[in-house]
Design a protein around this ligand. Structure first.
Ligand SMILES: Cc1cc2nc3c(=O)[nH]c(=O)nc-3n(C[C@H](O)[C@H](O)[C@H](O)COP(=O)(O)OP(=O)(O)OC[C@H]3O[C@@H](n4cnc5c(N)ncnc54)[C@H](O)[C@@H]3O)c2cc1C
Length: 416
């Protein structure tokens, strides 16, 4: 690759502008006060119609098993609460239904969360019936755990707020720009080959390009020169790592969501409810949104939604076992998005330090299904590392991708 007179020069280039790339960009902008163009973010699709940031369930909670995940979630929720209107944050709570087998450990966990400063309530079945009367099939339950500060956000609102603030501090976002190749240039930085696509592109071409397939559109090639590069490519992070010259053991996997109409529950008013079956659900406008993680799902990007079959088998059947009002449900729509998973289900954040890798590259990806609720804090942590040379607010050192080689895993168990 040879730079030419049109090569775009920048100090920091971020790849991926989902909620994570936008969060890192905002903090880099606010901490670094760059001249316009010194920090740039490229994304093939800024609108993000196939991104995880667009296709998720919008839940936020401060209850995690790993202290670093607890800190990142709570700092993010504090920020969401300060920006509640733009972020669509509502503290409607997370309610976890518990069986006699799972309740004792949940109570120990509840005490640990309270000790660390987060409100969590334990309800017996009588309290559950009083607070959420439509849950009437409780014979298999011992009670529930309720986090009143947890809740729901509008993920698109969160991403746009982060981006808007990034732009206001001088960060430039380049749309329809797909990283294709990278090499080290003679100044010790990066020379990056990027394909620039036209603004108008069909859904099938969008999918083909992001899947590495053939599209009907011919892109223009542009080059970027950057001193530092940041991999924020979400489900595509392992591919971007490969382009940058290192291996990352992270992978995408499909997760499906159904939206349905529940005639028995008019104007439902509750937050996120996590059933003992693993089905989670919450009101979504006048409907209910529900998801279920099939842990046998193969690795790899898949956007096909199994429709009525998934809804009936994985959502409706367990929900009807929980509440009589769920007898008459009408499937409205649904979709498949990607969880971006790491081997220990904690995120990968830090400077890339793979063996034989000596070029300045950073990464923030693979939040394993919890990126929206960690985005603000993860962005702050990485921006501090990059601009101040060390973690100041949150020590995310243990989340470095180097842990997969040393075996110092940060196994997160509070996963849905
Ligand atoms: C069904 C489902 C439910 C979920 N529920 C929740 C929840 O309730 N709460 C929560 O906090 N999280 C949830 N998540 C997880 C959350 O959505 C993700 O962790 C988060 O959105 C990840 O954001 P990201 O920015 O890393 O990735 P993305 O949003 O996917 O962004 C990555 C971006 O990189 C771009 N890109 C990729 N490759 C390239 C390239 N070569 N060049 C340029 N650009 C590139 C893509 O276009 C994309 O815009 C859920 C996810 C799913 C799928």
């Amino acid at each position: 690759m040879t730079p030419n007179s049109q090569t775009i020069k920048t100090d920091i280039l971020l790849v991926g502008a989902g909620v994570i790339g936008s969060g890192v960009a905002m903090h880099l902008g606010q901490l670094g006060r760059p001249a316009p163009g010194d920090i740039r973010v490229i994304d093939f699709d800024l609108e993000g119609s196939l991104s995880s940031s667009e296709l998720n369930a919008g839940g936020v909670r401060g209850t995690w098993s790993q202290p670093v995940n607890v800190k990142m979630a709570r700092l993010t929720i504090d920020w969401l609460a300060e920006n509640a209107e733009a972020a669509g944050y509502r503290d409607v709570g997370y309610l976890w239904l518990k069986t006699p087998e799972s309740m004792p450990a949940a109570l120990v966990e509840r005490d640990r969360q309270i000790e660390s400063g987060w409100p969590v309530e334990a309800w017996d079945v009588a309290e559950l019936k009083k607070r959420v009367p439509f849950i009437d099939k409780t014979a298999d339950l011992a009670g529930a755990i309720f986090g009143p500060r947890d809740g729901l956000v509008n993920p698109n609102g969160v991403k746009n707020l982060l981006r808007e603030r990034a732009r206001a501090s001088g960060v430039v976002f380049d749309d329809r720009s797909l990283l294709k190749a990278a090499e080290r240039d003679e100044s010790g930085g990066w020379l990056l080959k990027v394909e620039r696509y036209p603004a108008q592109i069909s859904d099938s071409d969008r999918l083909a390009v992001l899947s590495g397939g053939q599209s009907s559109v011919t892109p223009q090639t542009v080059y970027y020169q950057a001193k530092r590069v940041v991999n924020c490519a979400g489900p595509w992070a392992a591919g971007v790592a490969k382009i940058l010259g290192y291996e990352s053991p992270v992978y995408p996997t499909r997760r499906q969501i159904s939206v349905f109409d529940s005639r028995g529950l008019e104007s439902p008013k509750f937050g996120m409810i996590v059933d003992t079956s693993g089905v989670y659900f919450h009101p979504e406008a006048t409907h209910i949104l529900a998801g279920f993680a099939n842990n046998n799902e193969p690795h790899g990007i898949r956007y096909d939604y199994d429709g009525e079959g998934f809804f009936t088998e994985s959502i409706w059947a367990p929900l009807y076992e929980r509440a009589s009002v769920f007898e008459n449900l009408k499937h409205v729509t649904g979709w498949a998005g990607q969880y971006e998973v790491s081997p220990d289900e904690s995120a990968v954040i830090g400077e890339v330090s793979a063996p034989g890798f000596h070029v300045r590259a950073f990464e923030a990806h693979s939040f394993s299904g919890h990126g929206v609720m960690h985005a603000y804090a993860a962005g702050l942590a990485l921006a501090e590392l990059m601009l101040k040379g060390r973690y100041l607010t949150i020590d995310a050192g243990m989340l470095s991708g180097a842990r997969f080689a040393t075996g110092a895993l940060v196994r997160e168990t509070a996963i849905i």
